[in-house]
Design a protein around this ligand. Structure first.
Ligand code: NAD
Ligand code: MG
Length: 394
């Protein structure tokens, strides 16, 4: 049986970059953490290896065609196996002290919502959930008493230095951004960049989708919306600041002029450890921050002319309603097309802009309405993508 004080944790998206970092921490602290469920989309061999190592109660693979292989790989282990979209949602509802939302994209929305609906504390990496359905998710979390613990390093930093009791004293939030691999590039230089150049982030090693988002700076745009969902601060008081070293993970400015920041070596295991142990702290195997060796921290303004995704995200946030849902869906379609080498790098923001112009923005309603808006935006974005693909081929 589990030792007293053991925390029961489910990891959604366990085979990804955030999943890897989470399981690394849990694997080093097997007395303190028990894994309830692990989920993955298609990487069945990795899921089997993780499950044989950590012995969760349940392992779920999203792709139903891979269920036989999962069951075979787990035979005799005592780990139950399931497959398919509804099994992913059911995994999120299993009794647990914490659910790590580490799926990428709006695909994570239904399971993450299910964790919130069941009142679970959620370690939220999957920022697209909040961009797609932020008001629904935060309202449900408040109603069900589910703590939303941000894992995204910037939001985790803000969470740590934000005066949650007296938010009226907060004057500004400053989101720091590394600037990505093309921080110094002109638009002309960005036109022909390759997938390899774009996924090669100067500081962080992450999944493909967020790496491309960092290169376009849509990631920081999504994070603006994420910050606005998580913290009671007006839109025009959330700023973006380029900080290439990624040591200052973000800042909160108070009305007396005090600016509080959280610093650390750029390693996702710090914010993940914060969420795993909250409200306690746990040891994380992260290189100590050595500022004397780093020497200097630099800062520069963000450039919305070269990084139009930032402007589009801010406009979508200001428009409100379903505009962020459309922004996110179009971006997912465009990033997938870029990764598949069907469009150029600058086409990503262009497709998002065109989709936002063509889709009608509405008030955000139920989750069903969010799905309908998401589907419609994906159709429009795909049309915009195909035109660009053709003009490239021709
Ligand atoms: P990743 O691509 O490395 O992993 C994604 C995980 O989600 C995998 O386990 C995959 O199997 C699963 N998945 C993908 N599509 C799915 C689907 N349709 N249904 C069910 N499961 C699916 O991504 P990542 O880099 O770990 O990022 C995960 C999330 O965390 C993203 O929202 C990202 O923006 C956010 N995030 C990541 C980092 C990072 O350092 N990687 C930092 C901050 C925020
Ligand atoms: Mg981030």
């Amino acid at each position: 049986g589990a030792a007293r004080g053991t925390r029961r944790v489910t990891v959604l998206g366990s085979t990804g970059s955030v999943g890897d970092s989470t399981l690394d921490l849990i694997g080093r602290n097997r007395d303190a953490y028990r894994v309830v469920a692990l989920t993955a989309f298609r990487n069945v061999e990795k899921l089997i290896a993780q499950a044989l190592d950590l012995r969760p109660e349940l392992a779920v693979i999203g792709d139903p065609d891979l269920h036989d292989r999962l069951a075979e790989g787990l035979r005799g282990s005592g780990v139950r196996s399931e497959a398919g979209a509804s099994a992913l949602i059911a995994a999120a509802a299993e009794p647990a002290d914490l659910v790590v939302a580490g799926i990428v994209g709006a695909a994570g929305l239904a399971p993450t919502m299910e964790a919130v609906r069941n009142g679970r504390a959620v370690a939220l990496a999957n920022k697209e959930c909040l961009v797609c359905a932020g008001p629904l998710m935060t309202a449900l979390a408040a109603e069900r008493g589910a703590a939303l613990l941000p894992v995204d390093s910037e939001h985790n930093a803000i969470f740590q230095v934000f005066d949650h009791e007296r938010p009226e004293n907060v004057e500004r939030i400053v989101l720091t951004a590394s600037g990505g691999p093309f921080r110094r590039c002109s638009l002309a230089e960005m036109r022909d960049v390759t997938v390899e150049q774009a996924v090669n982030h100067p500081v962080w090693s992450m999944g493909d989708k967020i790496s491309i988002d960092s290169a376009t700076m849509m990631n920081k745009g999504l994070e603006l919306i994420e910050a606005h969902c998580l913290f009671p601060v007006a839109q025009d008081r959330i700023e973006v600041l380029i900080h290439p070293q990624s040591i200052v993970h973000s800042m909160v400015a108070y009305r007396d002029g005090s600016v509080l920041a959280q610093l650390g070596t750029p390693d996702m295991r710090t914010p993940i450890a914060f969420a795993l142990a909250w409200p306690e702290r746990m040891a994380a195997p992260v290189a100590p921050l050595d500022l004397a060796r780093i020497g200097s921290l630099t800062f520069e303004p963000a450039d919305e002319a070269r990084f139009p995704a930032l402007r589009l995200a801010r406009e979508a946030m200001a428009a409100g309603g379903t505009a962020p849902t459309i922004l996110n869906a179009a971006n997912e379609v465009a990033v997938a097309a870029f990764l598949a080498r069907r469009i150029g790098f600058l086409d990503i923001a262009a497709i998002v802009e065109e989709t936002l112009q063509r889709a009608e923005t509405d008030a955000a309603g139920s989750l069903e309405e969010v799905w309908a808006v998401d589907r419609r935006a994906r159709t429009l974005a795909t049309q915009a993508m195909l035109v660009r693909e053709d003009s490239r081929a021709g």
